[in-house]
Design a protein around this ligand. Structure first.
Ligand SMILES: [Zn+2]
Ligand SMILES: [Zn+2]
Length: 320
């Protein structure tokens, strides 16, 4: 019997061989990272004299507005009337045309109403203001992830992000989360740097420093990325070996460089390069969790993709 590993599965189903990709699981643990090792959440290194990167995108704010006493009375009366009608006639809570018009006037485009404090809530674009300093997310030495597409002469990859939500990142249709930048650099060019604190930030996006225990693995894709008959053979192999294909043999979970993304909460959404249209390749999975105390996409995961034609093209982003 073959091993229940991705390599064992490929031995049993050779047509899967082209899908087997190298990956590095990062296994972050809270600690005190050193300059020599790869790290999460700092310390930061940057070329001497070069400015620290900032985010100049539009940021979103929560805005609250008090509902005036007269309108509170109107809303309370409407709620009562609606409930009364539902009780008398049974069925749904429906508004008359007049009630609907009044409700619309009072809400004035707000997303929700807090009936306890009588405040409306809406998300608004922050007025143009100073840029926001990016924060160090991940720093990887080439030795810890040799399979990444390192440009000639580079041996350090730094991922920085703007620790705020964005909904207008160019080319990202359904994305609402931090803005990510990748920098492929040479260790010899870098010096320790204390980045300026971000002018504004969401606590969920400020990573605690972590050391990493990189583990080299092989990864296989989610079912959506495979022809149906190959996926069926893979599932059959998984069942025979008492494991699951997804997460057991494919789409390894956790902070990961390379390999394949899991389309765990949406079906496959192809990520194409905003600059040249090429199908992008998974580079990094950021996972919500205690170490480094982050949460992305409602305790989900964030996938960062790169263009296979040109690493200088803007990254692709996806939340699951
Ligand atoms: Zn930003
Ligand atoms: Zn491209």
């Amino acid at each position: 019997m073959t091993d229940p590993t991705p390599a064992g599965l490929v031995d049993a189903v050779p047509a899967l061989a082209p899908y087997l990709r190298p990956a590095t699981l990062l296994h972050p643990e809270a600690g005190t990272p050193t300059a020599q090792g790869s790290s999460l959440g700092g310390p930061a290194f940057w070329p001497d004299g070069a400015p620290w990167p900032h985010c100049t995108a539009t940021h979103l704010d929560d805005a609250h507005e008090d509902v005036p006493p007269r309108d509170r009375e109107i809303m309370t009366a409407i709620d009562l009337a609606v409930r009364e009608r539902a009780r008398e006639h049974g069925g749904a809570h429906t508004l008359t045309e007049d009630e609907l018009a009044e409700t619309r006037r009072i809400m004035a485009g707000a997303d929700s109403l807090d009936h306890v404090n009588w405040r409306t809530h809406r998300t608004v674009a922050e007025p143009p203001a100073d840029a926001v300093a990016l924060v160090p997310l991940l720093r990887v030495r080439a030795a810890d992830a040799p399979h990444l597409p390192w440009p000639d002469g580079t041996d350090v990859l730094q991922a920085l992000w703007c620790p705020n939500d964005h909904d207008d990142i160019q080319g990202e249709r359904y994305y609402y989360g931090p803005a990510v930048e990748l920098h492929w650099q040479r260790a010899a060019d870098l010096a320790p740097r204390t980045p300026p604190p971000p002018r504004r930030s969401d606590d969920e996006y400020l990573p605690e420093p972590c050391v990493l225990r990189p583990e080299q693995i092989r990864d296989l894709p989610d079912r959506d990325e495979l022809p149906g008959e190959l996926h069926a053979s893979a599932e059959e192999f998984a069942e025979r070996h008492g494991t699951e294909y997804h997460r057991g043999l494919a789409c390894a979970a956790g902070w990961k460089l390379g390999g394949w993304p899991s389309w765990r909460s949406t079906d496959l959404i192809p990520v194409d390069c905003g600059a040249c249209g090429a199908r992008m390749r998974h580079l990094l999975t950021v996972e919500s969790g205690d170490d480094p105390d982050l949460s992305v996409g409602r305790h989900g995961e964030l996938h960062v993709f790169v263009c296979p034609e040109d690493l200088g093209h803007p990254v692709g982003l996806d939340l699951q």
